[in-house]
Design a protein around this ligand. Structure first.
Ligand SMILES: [Ca+2]
Ligand SMILES: [Ca+2]
Ligand SMILES: [Ca+2]
Length: 591
């Protein structure tokens, strides 16, 4: 065996998306990640002519993020904002141990290490995407001092905090725009005006020019791509541009946030009828990057570029640190829904051809899309939950490359179709249909009636629940250099229902095998190439056997590779159960 390059064995890792599943708790030293080895063999017709420049992993590449809509997460039980039916910062503080208790030795928390807070500043709307004051926390959520206290509670638990940054537009109720309707005001040019209404519409054929009567009685038209309530800021005006960069820096300096999610960023600067992805937007983001990195070199930005992979990838590198990969999210859900993994495997390959390895962020669904469980059960909103599908989706999200984001409530399978309010209902902490454990009074919006069936309370003690599956996968990922920052190498499976891949650093090689179909699969065979320097053969005592609550994984057969690293016809187990993700660490024998 000594002259064989590979391996058997597994060091205790097996995650079944279906059953209670097993988890392993190895905490290997962080290794130097290798770059994507596939970069050299790019063949697709739409591949960029030059492979993306690879960058080094940063703190966000090791994180698992959780997206919170503050209004709906938790109403405080003490303090001035307690029990008013509206979520607030004190409420989140009271629930922080659920997200991460700060003790690396416990895995009873969700184990997330990053947050994305949807808009938190003063606003006339429930969602807050049109602020009237960039520098003041929404009084319904707390004070600036409350926010600082929240930040220090997050710090104590190892949670980094990013906030929504809405640069594209302000609010028509913002003092800037109020001032702008004075034609002589210096603020007038902070927005985009025409004397007569231009003939063109927006990218989704919506009205974008809105009339307003100025102080001198004239009517002019201002540009607002999303609505009349949200006038776009004119970034061709130097003072407006500077004001926004200064505001961004203030959040880093004064409020000590760790980064930003940039709303609608591809719409930032228009060029006449061209209202997305303009060269001016890309150029402005280069200036923006210099501005915020000067304040904090470790600050993280992730952009909402709700577009195809190539468009989203055009915003990283010298601009943003990351953009959300909407195409990949869609293919993950498609694989779970169709039971076919071919499209997903192809999309991962495509993503890695366009993006530098550490420059994209992943998710299943966010606050603008029907919730994951709804998309997995037919889109009606209150179809019976299919937890097996949701666990499978979680397993894919948390083992594939990319910085993963989990929208609040996804970890328990909350449902919600459009309209948006129904995707943003109160977090279902308990099975109380009236208040869901979210508040002691009347919630600002009724919880989904299925809180009787779907809640943290219902899943807390069930080892096989979706919540506990998320917990295991999250801890697995944040505890593993290979899963979080390792390179990705695809593995052929010989079955369209099965996707397999290696995640590897120089110190750790993990094989992920996922059967996305609804039937057990035995006619599969893994073949591929182990990365250079892969760990040698052997079977280790599974560490997970120490975890009393875990199901012990069945013995897996050895992987025998040729000296070149090539392997073929490998089956870790005879049959992969339906909708199951195996996470297998290849390792040397323990004796
Ligand atoms: Ca409250
Ligand atoms: Ca913990
Ligand atoms: Ca704009």
């Amino acid at each position: 065996m000594a002259d064989m390059r590979a391996c058997a064995g597994w060091r205790g890792v097996m995650m079944s998306a279906l059953a209670g599943a097993a988890v392993w708790c190895a905490m290997p030293a962080m290794g130097q990640a290798t770059v994507n080895p596939d970069a050299a063999r790019r063949t697709n017709a739409d591949a960029p002519s030059v492979p993306p420049t690879q960058i080094e992993p940063q703190w966000w590449n090791r994180a698992v993020f959780y997206q919170i809509f503050v209004r709906s997460f938790a109403d405080s039980t003490t303090g001035p904002l307690a029990n008013d039916g509206i979520g607030d910062f004190q409420g989140i503080i009271e629930r922080l141990d659920y997200l991460n208790d700060g003790d690396p030795n416990t895995t009873t928390d969700l184990g997330i290490t990053g947050l994305w807070l949807m808009p938190i500043t003063a606003s006339p709307t429930y969602h807050g995407y049109d602020t009237t004051d960039y520098y003041t926390i929404n009084p319904q959520y707390g004070t600036n001092e409350d926010f600082k206290r929240f930040m220090s509670e997050c710090r104590r638990r190892g949670i980094r905090v990013t906030i929504d940054l809405v640069l594209n537009h302000s609010a028509d109720a913002h003092p800037w725009f109020r001032g702008a309707i004075e034609p002589g005001s210096e603020k007038h040019d902070w927005f985009i005006w025409r004397d007569s209404k231009p003939e063109w519409k927006g990218p989704w054929n919506q009205e974008v020019w809105h009339p307003v009567k100025l102080a001198d009685g004239r009517t002019r038209y201002y540009y607002g791509i999303f609505s009349a309530r949200m006038p776009d800021v004119n970034y061709r005006n130097a003072a407006a541009s500077t004001a926004m960069i200064e505001m961004t820096r203030w959040w880093l300096r004064e409020m000590q946030v760790d980064g930003f999610r940039l709303d609608a960023i591809r719409h930032l600067i228009e060029d006449g009828k061209t209202q997305e992805n303009t060269p001016a937007t890309h150029e402005w983001l280069r200036t923006f990057r210099a501005g915020y990195k000067a304040e904090n070199g470790e600050a993280f930005t992730v952009g909402e570029v709700w577009a195809s992979t190539p468009e989203a990838a055009a915003f990283v590198g010298d601009q943003l640190d990351s953009t959300f990969e909407f195409d990949l999210a869609g293919k993950m859900l498609e694989a779970v829904n169709t039971g076919k993994a071919t499209g997903l495997a192809g999309q991962v390959d495509r993503t890695l051809r366009w993006f530098p390895m550490y420059s994209f962020s992943t998710f299943l669904a966010n606050h603008d899309q029907p919730r994951t469980m709804t998309q997995l059960t037919g889109g009606k909103g209150n179809s019976p939950p299919d937890f097996a599908k949701a666990k499978l989706a979680a397993g894919l999200l948390l083992t594939l490359p990319g910085v993963p984001f989990v929208y609040y409530g996804e970890e328990i399978g909350m449902t919600g179709p459009k309209p948006d309010e129904k995707i943003r209902t109160p977090m279902q902490w308990t099975n109380d249909p009236a208040r869901a454990g979210f508040t002691k009074s009347k919630p600002w919006q009724a919880p989904n009636e299925n809180t009787r069936q779907i809640s943290v309370q219902a899943q807390e003690k069930d080892d096989g629940s979706l919540l506990n599956t998320y917990r295991r996968f999250t801890h697995l990922r944040t505890g593993s250099a290979a899963l979080s920052i390792g390179a990705y190498t695809p593995v052929s499976t010989g079955n369209e229902g099965v996707i397999a891949f290696l995640r590897h650093t120089k110190d750790q090689t993990i094989l992920v095998v996922a059967n996305v179909s609804d039937k057990a699969v035995s006619n599969y065979a893994l073949s591929g190439m182990l990365p250079a320097g892969a760990i040698m053969a052997g079977t280790k005592e599974p560490l997970l056997a120490r975890e009393r609550s875990m199901v012990r994984a069945p013995a897996m057969s050895a992987l025998k590779a040729q000296e070149s690293g090539a392997f073929a016809a490998y089956k870790p187990g005879a049959s992969i159960p339906a909708r199951t993700v195996w996470v297998i660490e290849l390792g040397a024998p323990s004796k």
